[in-house]
Design a protein around this ligand. Structure first.
Ligand SMILES: NC(=O)c1ccc[n+]([C@@H]2O[C@H](COP(=O)([O-])OP(=O)(O)OC[C@H]3O[C@@H](n4cnc5c(N)ncnc54)[C@H](OP(=O)(O)O)[C@@H]3O)[C@@H](O)[C@H]2O)c1
Length: 344
């Protein structure tokens, strides 16, 4: 892409991620020339006191766009599959938040703190990884470089906004219904219309759909995307993904086994200096990361670092991040910054 002082940017989708994308572009002073916002239908929206006209998406809408940030829904009828090739044909670099292109060998899958150099290999489309993968690799890559990770077992505790704005609405409605009925009314089955189960006063180990080996596709994303981003296809990874009644902010309990021995103190020292990471690990002062504190932040928060009591090179970490910011919008805008700062 030619160097310019300003770039014409399109944001596609104004759901949970798209709205955050508009905020992040402004907060990071991305050099935006013209900004076009697309969704399925047109209307005006207000984000952070700024009004944005939203236009119905069309191939011609991408004429003259330099960077297209896709945050529409995934799949055959989703925005990216239909319109990303149209945007590329018209000269835009596409950065896609969905899963449609992530495992395509021609498409870089990028977390700038880990594999920024992969941006240069793009052929028009760059994928943003899944939110739970992003926060895990930011925390684990510096440890991998020092000690070599050979095994990861992760359980995620994912917030409602990870499933989009309709899921946040469902959680809100269920909370109201239960509050109105009192604790005798803990079942609000009639209201779960978007997520597969009631979420208020509940957790469920079901994100995405059940596929190979009775894992969900969300669980396989943690495996396959981590291999691709870290260029480490031999790491043995198992995941369980759980939806929890939190508005925004995913937490992860992560177990790793390393090839070389590394102490908990060494891991803390590595993470204290790692890009994009805030170490928050003072158990004696009840200090550890929590989603309510990570909401609205761009960093990955890591705490509860401790050695496994039985396995020599086993170690536990607790990793928390805002799924809409670093897990989606911020990471996408960081990729855009890599694109304009001299990459292709
Ligand atoms: N939520 C997260 O934490 C998270 C994290 C990482 C990645 N992602 C990914 O980011 C994408 C967006 O997620 P979200 O949570 O923001 O979803 P969302 O809240 O459901 O919003 C989806 C938005 O996409 C628009 N849209 C849907 N189909 C479209 C189409 N064919 N053409 C144009 N616009 C279309 C919708 O338009 P209308 O408003 O007109 O209906 C809506 O504004 C998804 O691929 C998701 O997997 C989400």
């Amino acid at each position: 892409m030619l160097k310019k002082s300003k770039y014409n940017v399109a944001v596609i989708g104004v759901g949970a991620v798209g709205i955050e994308m508009l905020r992040v572009l402004k907060q990071r002073n991305f050099p935006v020339g013209e900004l076009r916002v697309f969704a399925r239908s047109g209307r005006d929206i207000e984000v952070g006191g700024v009004s944005y006209p939203v236009k119905p998406i069309s191939p011609e809408g991408f004429d003259g766009i330099d960077i297209a940030l896709f945050a529409g829904t995934e799949g055959e009828k989703g925005a990216a599959v239909t319109y990303a090739p149209e945007a590329v044909k018209r000269g835009a670099v596409v950065i896609d938040n969905g899963a449609d292109f992530r495992m395509d060998p021609k498409v870089p899958l990028v977390v700038p703190e880990v594999n920024a150099a992969d941006v240069k290999k793009h052929q028009g489309i760059i994928s943003n990884p899944n939110c739970s993968t992003i926060q895990m690799v930011v925390a684990l890559n510096p440890i991998h470089k020092k000690a070599g990770i050979k095994r990861i077992i992760v359980t995620t505790l994912q917030a409602s906004s990870g499933a989009g704005k309709a899921a946040v609405e469902q959680l809100k409605e269920e909370n109201v219904l239960i509050a109105q009925g009192g604790f005798g009314n803990l079942q609000v089955n009639a209201s779960h219309k978007y997520m597969p189960q009631q979420l208020a006063y509940n957790v469920f180990p079901h994100i995405g759909s059940f596929v190979e080996g009775d894992y969900t596709n969300e669980e396989w994303k943690l495996v396959k995307e981590t291999h691709k981003i870290m260029h480490a296809p031999k790491i043995k990874i198992s995941a369980t993904t759980v939806r929890v009644p939190v508005r925004t902010g995913h937490s992860e309990s992560v177990y790793i086994e390393t090839v070389r021995s590394v102490s908990a103190a060494q891991v803390k020292a590595i993470l204290a200096k790692a890009p994009g990471v805030i170490l928050m690990d003072e158990p004696k002062n009840n200090l550890y990361p929590m989603p309510k504190d990570a909401e609205g932040r761009d960093e990955i928060f890591v705490g509860r670092i401790r050695k496994d009591a039985f396995v020599k090179n086993g170690l536990w970490l607790w990793v928390v991040a805002d799924n809409l910011r670093k897990g989606a919008a911020t990471n996408a805008v960081q990729i855009a910054e890599c694109v304009i700062s001299g990459s292709r």
